[in-house]
Write a protein that binds this ligand. Structure first.
Ligand SMILES: [Zn+2]
Length: 230
């Protein structure tokens, strides 16, 4: 546990830090980690109990961020009962990231909100988060920001988001236009797997290991960022 003073309202709160956790099983194809790791998701975002500021570190905020936290849009999102509470924290963090012009971070906040909805079995809200993440990735790309360092991973994530919200023709088109730019076998395997899922209009969640030949098991290594699993 660590104490942090909210940069918006000056309230000091104790937050649980992200300790290293074990992760078993295969991540999903949008890089969503297996259950053990996912259960620490609450610690990926700090939410000030006083003013509702949501950030990975509430001790930092610009004046622009502070006015976002006080905006009606933000206050409405923070208490939106159609989403689980954790999803609202990530969605509010996405608003903060966006106002800070960090569209790559905002994309991940939206994806994390989708995972929080998945875990609470809220399918409709999860779809809304994923649709918004697709828009945010495009904005990130337009502004020259990368959502993942690994070549092709950004495309793989985009395709999965589109498929999960039933935007099959857009997903298919993206595979067709991007395949030649991808060199890594694992990503190419995933794209081929995605084509099969798209052909059968499958919107459900699948793991990375399903997309890979049986002898390869994706391993989440400690100290590596969890989405750099290959
Ligand atoms: Zn606060």
């Amino acid at each position: 546990k660590e104490k942090a003073k909210c940069a918006v309202c000056r309230t000091e709160t104790e937050y649980t830090g992200i300790a290293s956790t074990n992760s078993f099983g295969s991540p999903d194809i949008d890089t969503r980690p297996p259950q053990m790791k996912r259960s620490t998701m609450f610690a990926w975002v700090q939410r000030c109990p006083e003013c509702g500021y949501c950030a990975s570190d509430v001790s930092k905020a610009t004046s622009q961020v502070a006015s976002m936290v006080h905006s009606s849009e933000y206050i409405r999102q923070l208490a939106d009962s159609s989403y689980p509470e954790l999803a609202n924290s990530f969605l509010c963090k996405a608003l903060v990231d966006e106002i800070s012009s960090d569209y790559a971070r905002a994309t991940w906040s939206l994806i994390h909100a989708a995972w929080a909805c998945d875990d609470a079995h809220r399918d409709g809200p999860a779809k809304t988060c994923r649709s918004n993440a697709v828009g945010m990735i495009r904005k990130a790309i337009d502004f020259g920001q990368k959502i993942a360092d690994q070549v092709g991973l950004e495309t793989a994530i985009q395709i999965d988001l589109l498929r999960r919200v039933g935007r099959f023709s857009e997903a298919k088109k993206l595979i067709q236009t991007q395949r030649d730019t991808i060199t890594e076998d694992i990503i190419l395997n995933i794209l081929t797997f995605q084509e099969t899922l798209i052909a059968s209009e499958d919107e459900t969640c699948h793991t990375i290991s399903e997309a890979l030949p049986a002898q390869i098991t994706p391993v989440v290594e400690p100290k590596k960022k969890w989405w750099k699993i290959w």
